[in-house]
Design a protein around this ligand. Sequence first.
Ligand code: NIG
Ligand code: FE
Length: 396
Amino acid sequence: MEATVTTTLITGIAELVTHADADSINEAETATLTNAALIIADDRIAWTGPATQAPPADTRVDLNGRAVIPGFVDSHAHLIFAGDRAQEFAARMTGTPYSAGGIRTTVAATRAADDETLRANLKRLTTEMLRQGTTTVECKSGYGLTVEDEARALKLAREQVEAVTYLGAHVIPAEYQHDPDAYVDLVKGDMLDSCAPYADYADVFCERGAFTEDQAREILTAARAKGLDVRLHANQLGPGPGVQLAVELGAASADHCTFLNDEDVEALAGSQTVATLLPGVEFSTRSPYPDARRLIAAGATVALATDCNPGSCYTDSMPFCIALAVREMRMSPAEALWAATAGGARALRRDDIGHLGVGARADFAVLDAPSFLHLAYRPGVPLVHRVWKNGTPAAC
Ligand code: NIG
Ligand code: FE
């Protein structure tokens, strides 16, 4: 007997953004339909089009003139941690510069926390994210930095998020300060062996004060040999080799991209590596923003993500990052939305999310607004009316 498929017709959509035909950020402007409808069959999008042409379905939901957008894909976040660093933020706002070393404060708090504390903190954050329209989350380890604590972080992340990244190479922990090479050996040896079964990707913070180009190459090459895809924190705090290394390794994504030279932009534009911009970090560390226009003009694929973490950027709001991208990086609202959805999906090498084309997973956000433009036009306003994930309204 054939399994029964349940279909739902969603009507009353003042504006529908599908990104179905927007294969690159340069096509982002073309992707809206007004007075639209969509049909969900089980957990997938089965049809989208003008409301007047909608075929019948088993049930019907009227959105009364709201906009619908693909669920946000937050492709960069650090969510397994304990405590916060509010004092460090306050000091930064009055002049103390951000440094990679603050990570060690969170490492100490995270190691001391029990599983239940970490699990509850992750739940709190992923719930906040869902409420703000994020339907796919990537989460990194990186505040454990021992074999046991890194594996624990990844196992806990796996319970609640879809994309999990091993970041044993976040910073050299205090106990290895005298012998960084020994720590690199651990990260690409025993720690990788224990962590690989729980992770999809490996990442390295390739930056002065963290890991060098050679160390990053060794770690990511070892991770790939264990079946993990790779990504990199690159060119965040100053110019450096991270972006070139990401392209050399065919990484899924080079994240931050704040300080780029012409060769870096060219390398990204000629590659499959996504440039993931994290403007919440520049906002929260009072730093210059990445040059999004230059990347887009060169033909690079650009994603937007939050980088939610207790140090450099403690926001998990994709709408806020979209507003920053538009106001501070001069992306158009359509480009910013594409980067926060389809761009994030590409950064995770996924083609079933980040758009609402037929066959995509039915993950979308309904806005208390007639157009997606309001995401940037009304910054800080909770505009997400309801979120649908896997074809059903999410409880959040
Ligand atoms: O992406 N760059 C490295 N990691 C985080 C910062 C983490 C922290 O300060 O705790 C980032 O900005
Ligand atoms: Fe990060």
